[in-house]
Design a protein around this ligand. Structure first.
Ligand SMILES: C[S@@+](CC[C@H](N)C(=O)[O-])C[C@H]1O[C@@H](n2cnc3c(N)ncnc32)[C@H](O)[C@@H]1O
Length: 258
């Protein structure tokens, strides 16, 4: 992780802490984080038909793996965090789950048709990860990266972003951590997919509590941040009444091995 220089004003040590923070709340992550829209998952796989051998890299608790299995693909999940991988194994026993990271993938050369990455590519050291991804892909294989982002074209959701940002918030999809052009891959394509998640104030707060910039805070600071967000949601007519939908834009990138 030494190459992350804190482009958003955060130092490499905090970056590394955030990247490895998720396992502390793995069960809550699995329960509350959104899944991915089916059309977006198909696009991230290169819009190909038929069952593929797919690597879900940085698989976490298996949000993306679950969609891949549902579409009939053969899935191998690689995830460095024991807590996150433990949830994945519990929830998706049919998926082969391996300990490892994007910079040293524990798979043989040319062993998968596609690599997909859910909400995790921004944590990778791309200089090391992209050659590794190229190594494990078969000829013509594809790389797809997906991120669920709150749709801040909606006014109350833009306000939520402000209310929930804290001392070490720094990343969003647009902050330059997507797939960079690389000689081994075709030019990167981009696409957005609409998505939504039914929410209550409590479930939305439970989700925000699984974000890395919240996970790394001291308990008092974390409670203060979540309290601020609760107050905000109670003031908004869209959310104060009980159930509501959180509008999501699933932002994606893909490319193929040259
Ligand atoms: C926000 S979670 C996303 C999990 C899952 N892909 C999903 O869609 O919900 C980010 C995941 O990336 C993993 N991660 C962090 N650094 C990584 C790296 N260098 N290589 C592979 N995975 C990494 C974390 O352990 C965590 O499980």
């Amino acid at each position: 992780m030494a190459t992350h220089t804190g482009a958003d004003g955060t130092d490499p040590e905090m970056f590394a802490r955030r990247a490895s923070s998720f396992g502390a709340e793995a069960a809550a992550y699995a329960e509350h984080r959104p899944d991915y829209p089916e059309a977006g998952v198909r696009w991230a796989l290169g819009s190909r038909d038929g069952a593929l051998d797919v690597l879900d890299l940085g698989a976490g608790t298996g949000k993306l793996s679950a969609s891949l299995v549902a579409l009939g693909h053969r899935v191998t999940a690689v995830e460095p965090d024991d807590g996150m991988r433990g949830e994945l194994v519990r929830l998706l026993p049919s998926v082969t789950a391996l300990a490892g990271g994007a910079e040293a993938i524990p798979l043989p050369d040319a062993s998968v048709d596609a690599v997909v990455v859910g909400q995790a590519f921004h944590w990778f050291d791309q200089e090391r990860a992209l050659p590794e991804i190229a190594r494990v892909l078969r000829p013509g294989g594809t790389l797809g990266a997906v991120w669920n982002t709150d749709d801040d074209r909606v006014e109350w959701i833009a306000g939520l972003g402000k209310a929930s940002s804290g001392r070490v918030s720094f990343l969003d999809w647009a902050s330059g951590r997507g797939i960079e052009p690389h000689a081994a891959f075709t030019p990167v394509e981009n696409a957005d997919f609409p998505h939504r998640q039914p929410r209550t104030i409590d479930s939305l707060l439970a989700t925000i509590a699984t974000h890395s910039h919240v996970l790394v805070l001291e308990p008092a600071e974390r409670e203060a941040l979540l309290g601020r967000v609760r107050e905000y949601l109670l003031t908004r007519p869209e959310t104060s009444g009980g159930s509501f939908d959180l509008e999501i834009v699933t932002r994606e990138q893909r490319c193929a091995l040259k």
